[in-house]
Design a protein around this ligand. Structure first.
Ligand SMILES: Cc1ncc(COP(=O)(O)O)c(C=O)c1O
Length: 401
């Protein structure tokens, strides 16, 4: 395993500006090959898709390559990768499409730990269909999402269980495989929000038991584009509302209008970039991704432990409770200070950290923190350095003192 932080950082031109980025949970910087790939498409002869002439064939190849890349990233099949503008829009699409067959009295299960993008679409389509929404609760003292409650929440009427693979507020990684198994036992589908987890660890949709897995490339060094991955057979059984002349093939049936070929080429480049994070990794791209994401995770977790220990040791700093085993994201408050003030004070020192609820609306409402500004969120990504963490901790110490 070889994760060379200086080599990795050198791949991100934007780091040269000198900001300390603890904001990757909201969107990471873009790696140079990603920008280069988009530039090549935008300045080259790439037409709309056609088999008749070379620039049209290039577009076809770009789309195919991007599907293959995302399939490698998450362990899916290229023919089951549907692209869309964002995880939010894809989740609305899947929710609306699935709900077309729901009957009054059917049920969906959502969790209060989730980003609103994996809650509200289900709540809204359930209301339209007369379906019942059941809520999984997190434990406010530990930040865990206990699996046991799902045995009661899931019934013969459950059609979908929507759950996150990682909380974008506090990093908790629910036991998705166990939750999916309970869903499958009654024939329900498990829709997994992989937006926060994908950048931080190897992903295998099969072992997660995810029937649908959504991920956003701008969280893992790529462009603003998202993908929802399911088996081609599952997509085949679904019929979205669509234009008459547009392709009815899977996965194109679920993609509306002309895609951004520049962004799709950038997605492929981002996956290649991730596969190269461990410079010694060998084998096919999936194998290199597994090795590289394992190496990146170990590196991130090392820095994250320093960050959490450092924050915990500062008088006047309160951390949102979260399990030890989690994605490298921590939310905190400085006593007597509005989180937005803390965020702005850090920003004035060149430290990028969001405050608020980051759309983890239900989480912060249930914690009683939303109306008073949520919390400051800092997350570690593979380009953060030990110096970044030291600078952040020194700044928080000053602000808390
Ligand atoms: C966990 C999680 N889910 C969903 C989303 C929404 O992603 P998108 O901006 O692609 O709609 C985000 C964005 O921050 C997120 O963190």
């Amino acid at each position: 395993m070889a994760f060379e932080i200086e080599t990795v950082r050198a791949a991100y031109p934007a780091l040269a500006e000198g900001f300390r980025h603890f904001d990757a949970a909201a969107g990471s910087l873009v790696a140079r090959p990603v920008a280069d790939a988009a530039h090549t498409v935008l300045t080259g002869a790439v037409a709309n898709r056609s088999t008749a002439f070379a620039p049209g064939r290039r577009a076809v190849e770009i789309v195919d390559a991007a599907r293959a890349a995302v399939a490698d990233l998450v362990g899916g099949e290229p023919g089951g990768v549907v692209f869309g503008n964002s995880a939010t829009s894809l989740t609305y699409l899947v929710a609306r499409t699935l709900a077309r067959s729901w009957q009054p009295g059917d049920e969906v299960v959502v969790s209060r730990l989730d980003h609103d993008a994996n809650i509200r679409p289900w709540v809204q389509v359930a209301a339209d269909a007369g379906a019942v929404v059941r809520w999984a609760e997190f434990d406010p003292k530990t930040g865990e999402l206990p699996v046991a409650q799902y045995a009661d929440l899931i019934t013969e009427r459950t059609r979908v269980v929507a759950v996150t693979a990682a909380s974008n507020a506090i990093g908790t990684r629910p036991d998705v495989a166990a939750i999916a198994a309970l869903a499958h036992a009654v024939g329900a589908a498990c829709y997994v929000d992989g937006v926060h987890s994908t950048p931080h660890q190897p992903v295998d949709v099969g072992s997660l038991g995810a029937d649908f897995y959504v991920t956003s490339a701008y969280k893992w060094s790529g462009p603003h584009l998202a993908a929802c991955v399911a088996s081609p057979a599952r997509w085949s059984g679904l019929q979205p509302q669509k234009l008459r002349p547009s392709s009815d093939d899977v996965p194109e049936r679920f993609e509306f209008g002309t895609p951004s070929f520049a962004s799709l080429a950038a997605v492929t480049a981002a996956v290649e970039h991730l596969a190269g994070l461990d410079g010694t990794a060998t084998g096919d791209r999936r194998a290199r991704l597994t090795a590289s994401m394992t190496a990146a995770e170990a590196y991130e977790q090392g820095l994250f432990a320093e960050l959490v220990q450092g924050l915990s040791a500062i008088d006047g700093v309160w951390l949102c409770p979260a399990p030890e085993d989690r994605c490298p994201t921590v939310a905190f408050r400085i006593e007597g200070q509005h989180p937005a003030e803390t965020s702005a004070a850090l920003g004035a020192e060149g430290i990028c950290a969001f405050s608020g609820d980051y759309y983890a609306y239900e989480y912060f409402t249930a914690m009683g923190l939303r109306d008073s500004g949520g919390a400051v969120r800092t997350s570690i990504y593979h380009y953060n350095s030990a110096e970044d963490v030291a600078v952040l901790l020194a700044a928080v110490r000053r602000l808390a003192g």
